[in-house]
Design a protein around this ligand. Structure first.
Ligand SMILES: Cc1ncc(COP(=O)(O)O)c(C=O)c1O
Length: 375
C-alpha cells in the first residue's frame, strides 16, 4: 500500500463518519424540506450537524450555512461583501488559494474593486504594520481576506491580531480556514471575523460539502435562487448525507484534536530530523515556529535532474506527496505561492502533509526513499 502524505489535498473518509452517513443514503432518504416524518428526520440531522459546527466555532447555529465546497463559501463571502455590504477595497495576499485569488481578479475586472496585496516575507508572513497602515485609510469600505494557514507552506497569520486590527479599523474580515478547521481551535467570539470557510474532505469527512460562517451582523444576499433551503441563503436540496458526515467528522476532529496534534507533530519532527541527517542540502519552507501549521512540511531541495521529477520519483517509490498545485485537469503548474514568497528558483520543493493515520515506519520509509532518489 502506498504511503499517503498529501493530507492537505484531501483526507481519507473516517470509518465512523461513513457509518454516520450511510443511514442518510439508505432508509433516511426523505427530502429535508418535506414536512412529513421522512422529511423531518433528515431535517433534524442537518440541524444537528449545524449545531455541531456552530458549537465548535463558538458561533450560533443561524450563522452556519452548508455549501458544496469551501470554494463556494469563499466566493459567497467575497462576492457578497462587494454586492451587498458595499465593499470597494479588498486587502489580501498573493499566496491565497486560487478560489480567493481568481474571485479577486473577477471583482477587480468586473466590479472595479481595488485590490491591495500585502508584502510577504520569505516565510510567507504578512506585514502587520503594513496592514494597519492600509486600514488607517478609511476612504473606502474595506474587506481583509487572509487565509488562516497556507496550504502549500503552512505559514499562518496571527488570527487574533488581524481580527483585532480589522475590528479597530471597522473593516470586514474574511478568512479561508480550510486548512485549520478541525486542527486548531477557532473561536469567533474571542476573535471576531465576518466570514469563515471550511471543507469536510480536509478533516476526514466526505468530498462535495463545506460550510460558511457568516457573522449575524453581515446581511449578504443569496447567490443561488430557487427553494428556501439554508434559510433562503442557498437554494437547492441539501446534500444531507454529506452534511451529516461533515458534522460527525468535525466533532471527531475537535474531540481528538490534542491527541492527533501530538502524534502529527512528533512525525513532523522525526521527518525533519531524519531528512537533515539523510540529505546533504535540505531546507524547510514557511514559518517553522510560532505561526506554523503542524500538519504541513514543505521540503526544499537543490534543483537537479533528480529533484525536478521528485513527486514522480516518490510516486514510483510508493509515496504520495505534492509539488505545485494540481488543478482540475491534473496538470501541475509552478506554484503561485512559491512565487509570492520569492523562493529560490534554483530549488525544487515538495509538500508533505500528515495525518493521525501516518506512522513512524511510513516516515522512515519516506526518508529512505528521498535519500535514495537524491543521493
Ligand atoms: C486553503 C484552501 N482553500 C480552499 C480550498 C478549496 O476547498 P474545496 O475543495 O472545498 O473547494 C482548498 C483546497 O485545496 C484549500 O487548501
Amino acid at each position: 500500500m502506498n504511503i499517503y502524505l498529501d493530507n492537505a489535498a484531501t483526507t481519507p473518509l473516517d470509518k465512523e463518519v461513513l457509518d454516520s452517513m450511510i443511514p442518510y443514503m439508505t432508509e433516511n432518504f426523505g427530502n429535508p424540506s418535506s414536512i412529513h416524518a421522512h422529511g423531518r428526520k433528515v431535517r433534524s440531522a442537518i440541524e444537528d450537524a449545524r449545531k455541531i459546527v456552530a458549537t465548535h466555532l463558538n458561533a450560533s447555529a443561524g450563522e452556519i450555512f452548508f455549501t458544496s465546497s469551501a470554494t463556494e463559501a469563499n466566493n459567497m463571502a467575497l462576492k457578497g461583501s462587494v454586492d451587498d455590504l458595499g465593499v470597494t477595497r479588498i486587502i489580501s495576499s498573493e499566496m491565497e488559494h486560487h478560489c480567493v485569488l481568481h474571485t479577486l481578479e473577477y471583482l477587480e475586472d468586473h466590479k472595479g474593486v481595488k485590490i491591495e496585496y500585502l508584502k510577504l516575507d520569505k516565510e510567507g508572513n504578512i506585514d502587520l504594520n503594513q496592514l494597519e497602515k492600509l486600514l488607517e485609510d478609511k476612504s473606502e469600505t474595506t474587506l481583509v481576506t487572509l487565509m488562516h494557514a497556507n496550504n502549500e507552506i503552512g505559514t499562518m497569520i496571527d488570527f487574533a491580531k488581524v481580527s483585532e486590527l480589522c475590528k479597530a479599523h471597522k473593516a470586514y474580515f474574511h478568512s479561508d480556514t480550510v486548512q485549520t478547521v478541525g486542527k486548531f481551535a477557532i473561536d469567533v467570539q474571542a476573535n471576531p471575523v465576518c466570514f469563515l470557510s471550511g471543507s469536510a474532505h480536509k478533516f476526514y469527512g466526505p468530498k462535495g460539502v463545506g460550510f460558511i460562517y457568516i457573522n449575524g451582523d453581515n446581511k449578504v444576499k443569496p447567490r443561488l435562487f430557487g427553494g428556501g433551503q439554508e434559510r433562503n441563503m442557498r437554494a437547492g436540496t441539501e446534500n444531507a448525507y454529506g452534511i451529516v458526515g461533515l458534522g460527525k467528522a468535525l466533532d471527531l476532529a475537535y474531540q481528538n484534536l490534542e491527541e492527533r496534534k501530538a502524534h502529527i507533530i512528533s512525525l513532523r519532527e522525526r521527518f525533519k530530523k531524519g531528512l537533515n541527517g539523510a540529505l546533504e542540502d535540505v531546507e524547510f519552507l514557511g514559518n517553522q515556529e510560532d505561526h506554523c501549521n503542524y500538519a504541513v512540511l514543505n521540503v526544499s531541495l537543490p534543483k537537479t535532474v533528480k529533484s525536478e521529477m521528485i513527486a514522480f520519483n516518490l510516486d514510483i517509490a510508493g509515496v504520495s506527496a505534492s509539488t505545485g498545485s494540481a488543478c482540475s485537469s491534473g496538470a501541475v503548474h509552478d506554484s503561485h505561492v512559491l512565487a509570492a514568497i520569492d523562493s529560490d528558483p534554483n530549488r525544487k520543493s515538495v509538500r508533505f502533509s500528515f495525518s493521525h493515520h501516518n506512522t513512524e515506519a511510513q516516515i522512515d520509509k519516506t526518508i529512505q526513499a528521498l535519500a535514495k532518489i537524491m543521493n
